[in-house]
Design a protein around this ligand. Structure first.
Ligand code: NAD
Ligand code: IPM
Ligand code: MN
Length: 370
């Protein structure tokens, strides 16, 4: 358990560092939490490959009941196919999203000045709103006549009107606080049931928002247009799989996978929400001390905002901005610093801001007494 001394806890979160760089990025996020000194208890678990090696299972059997005891879940990343197939290791993550009804997955991609991008001109501020609880990840199907020449696989996607309405409506509401523009990622020219339902629910909801421009793009053309002309997109909404792919694209054109956060939200708060970076366990760079911890820190910032710690959430973003401006960054965004150095900078920045705020508060309260 990690927590601050002499603090009465108001929240408790479960932290799953996971595999590969998950462990490295989470250790920097822990430093950041310590510098924030919030009344949040953090319970660390070894779920993932370590847990599998010890027990033969990636997570405990009652893991859904365990996570329900918490206010939020913070995840680094899971997966190491050298030890276990990814579809086994990643199953609990997909199950948590589904069983905890985290139907909304928010993946903002914004270009920060000072970060190199693969594009010539990069004005990008896109919010990807991903349907997160059904669609192509519904886990309905099977492999038949396994191992024979007649082997075949069936994988069914489930798209429900209720599921689409709630996520599409959220996208329109979100755009009203941004630039009043929503794009649907579809493929109804080829997928004539599920994607046609997406189109028709999208068109119906768009009628309720006459102040918002609603456009639909075929997924293939949309990918090309995000690269050619990213500034024209504001909110992009779409199915589980489509937005998984689109979010890797938007965050990469905005700079790097390493700095991108993801919030898996249960808006009704009936169960905890899950916060994580967009990236995975990046085994190609794991253990080298060069991975970017910013994605996990921004996911933590989204979590703090969700739990009601708005000032601290903003302070994290400010610390990150400052690290970028001062080039205290890892190689993925053009810097030369280690994961550790970035983490230390951010923790020190937060600590110094907090102590200057509390000393100015002490000063002003003394002045008031005089
Ligand atoms: P990945 O996101 O791990 O890596 C893709 C590329 O981005 C790699 O070149 C990697 O080096 C780079 N990258 C990722 N995070 C970075 C960071 N913080 N700093 C700098 N560079 C970073 O995707 P992948 O290689 O397809 O998957 C690796 C493993 O992660 C697989 O087992 C996969 O299933 C798993 N995965 C897990 C999650 C999750 O836990 N939510 C998400 C995606 C992938
Ligand atoms: C993500 C990941 C997961 C997904 C995988 C690892 C199951 O790619 O969170 O983006 O596809 O949702
Ligand atoms: Mn993904």
């Amino acid at each position: 358990m990690a927590c601050e001394k002499d603090v009465t806890f108001q929240h408790k979160i479960i932290v799953i560092p996971g595999d590969g760089i998950g462990v490295e990025v989470m250790s920097e996020a822990e430093k950041m939490f310590q510098s924030l000194n919030l009344p949040i208890q953090r319970d660390y678990v070894d779920w993932g490959i370590q847990h599998y090696l010890k027990t033969g299972k990636v997570v405990p059997i009652d893991y859904i009941d365990q996570v329900k005891q918490y206010d939020a879940i913070l995840l680094g990343s899971l997966g190491d196919p050298r030890t276990l197939p990814d579809y086994v290791t990643l199953e609990p993550l997909i199950q948590m999203r589904q069983q905890l009804d985290q139907f909304l997955c928010l993946r903002p991609a914004k270009h920060f000045p000072g970060i190199p991008t693969p594009l010539k001109k990069c004005e990008i501020d896109i919010l990807v709103v991903r349907e997160n609880s059904e669609g192509e990840y519904s886990n309905i199907g099977g492999i038949f006549k396994s191992g024979t020449p007649d082997e075949f696989a069936i994988e069914s996607a489930v798209h429900t009107r209720r599921g689409l309405e709630r996520v599409i409506r959220y996208a329109f509401e979100a755009s009203r606080k941004r630039r009043n523009h929503v794009t649907l990622a579809t493929k109804s020219n080829a997928m004539k049931y599920g994607m046609v339902l997406w189109d028709s629910v999208f068109e119906a909801i768009a009628m309720e928002y006459p102040d918002v421009t609603a456009e639909k793009y075929y997924m293939d053309a949309l990918s090309a247009e995000i690269v050619k002309n990213p500034s024209k997109f504001d909110v992009i909404v779409g199915s589980n799989l489509f937005c998984d792919i689109i979010s890797d694209l938007t965050v990469t054109v905005a700079g790097s996978m390493g700095i991108a956060p993801s919030a898996n939200i249960n808006p009704e708060r009936t169960f905890p929400s899950l916060f994580e970076p967009v990236h995975g366990s990046a085994l190609d760079i794991a253990g080298k001390g060069i991975c970017d911890p910013i994605g996990t820190m921004r996911a933590s910032s989204m979590m703090l905002e969700f739990l009601g710690y708005s000032e601290e959430s903003v302070l994290i973003e400010e610390a990150i901005q400052s690290s970028i401006l001062q080039k205290i960054t890892t190689i993925d965004i053009g810097g030369t610093k280690t994961t550790n150095e970035v983490g230390n900078f951010i923790a020190d920045y937060i600590r110094s801001k907090k102590s200057s705020t509390s000393s100015s508060m002490t000063r002003s309260s003394k002045q008031r007494k005089q």
